[in-house]
Design a protein around this ligand. Structure first.
Ligand code: FE
Ligand code: FE
Ligand code: ZN
Length: 276
């Protein structure tokens, strides 16, 4: 199955998101676990979760990607900020148990001047405090651009985090095509080479999801500005190679492109046409 979808607003609940996804022609979707700025989460409505799971089953929707608020920072130099990240992520993982078997993706964080090594250690500490042997969610580190003091712009940094996590079999990586290009990996011109490098450093078995975004910036520019598929520097052909690549084709693909719902529907249709 081609598992393709887009980021949806979660305000209306899981069943509504599932219905929207189906209308868009999607077979998966991504959603924020709470307000993206990281405020209090609404309690999960068990009936809504159950109704969604029935819809997912009936229509054969694939693995979902939940996204942590992007403002949390588990490796800040400020202890309160780190505690808030830990509490938010632990709460999100408890809530994800209403939808067992899916993914929870987060931005590793920014070391805010403490250095990469210290940042990596703090991220691993957070994960070691929140992961449990009996959870049913795979926690994903997202590949980042490496702008500012951001951790995760180098595959080696993600590998080091995974190496320090005790329950690392509960973890994986989400590859963001815009971010890796911004970070200096030329995934558009050298798709095979970048995936070979990912395999060498992290291991392709760790790769659990892909964010499909074109980029407004050139390779290595570290600005993180997403573009619609085919309207950026990666270009339409690159996405044909990416969605059909043997190492990627069975993963969930999520669009985070600047689109309203009709734009997403058009991109999903385009990608379905490009799928072999
Ligand atoms: Fe993200
Ligand atoms: Fe992303
Ligand atoms: Zn981004």
């Amino acid at each position: 199955m081609f598992c393709i979808g887009c980021h949806l607003s979660s305000s209306a609940g899981f069943l509504a998101m599932g219905e929207t996804a189906l209308k868009l022609g999607a077979t998966t979707f991504q959603f924020f676990t709470r307000n993206p700025r990281g405020s209090r989460a609404k309690a999960i409505d068990p009936d809504d979760a159950a109704a969604f799971l029935a819809l997912k089953e009936a229509h054969g929707l694939g693995t979902l990607v939940a996204h942590a608020p992007y403002t949390i920072n588990p490796c800040s130099k400020d202890e309160r900020t780190r505690e808030f990240a830990l509490e938010t992520m632990a709460d999100d993982l408890r809530r994800m148990e209403y939808l067992p078997g899916n993914c929870y993706n987060f931005h590793p964080g920014s070391h805010t001047g403490q250095g990469t090594e210290r940042g990596i250690a703090l991220i691993a500490d957070t994960l070691n405090a929140i992961l449990t042997e009996d959870q049913h969610t795979t926690v994903l580190l997202e590949t980042m651009t490496g702008k500012g003091t951001e951790i995760g712009g180098r595959f080696e940094e993600l590998r080091e985090i995974l190496d320090r996590v005790t329950l690392s079999h509960r973890m994986g990586v989400c590859l963001d095509t815009c971010h890796v290009s911004d970070a200096g990996y030329d995934i558009a011109a050298d798709t095979d080479g970048v995936l070979a490098e990912f395999d060498k450093v992290i291991g392709l078995t760790r790769l659990k999801a892909v964010h499909l975004n074109d980029s407004l910036n050139g390779v290595g520019e570290r600005k993180d500005r997403h573009a619609r598929i085919g309207e950026g520097t990666l270009g339409r052909e690159a996405f044909g190679r990416i969605i059909n690549h043997p190492a990627l084709r069975d993963l969930p693909f999520v669009l985070e492109t600047p689109n309203e719902l009709p734009g997403y529907a058009a991109e999903i249709a385009l990608l379905k046409e490009m799928r072999r």
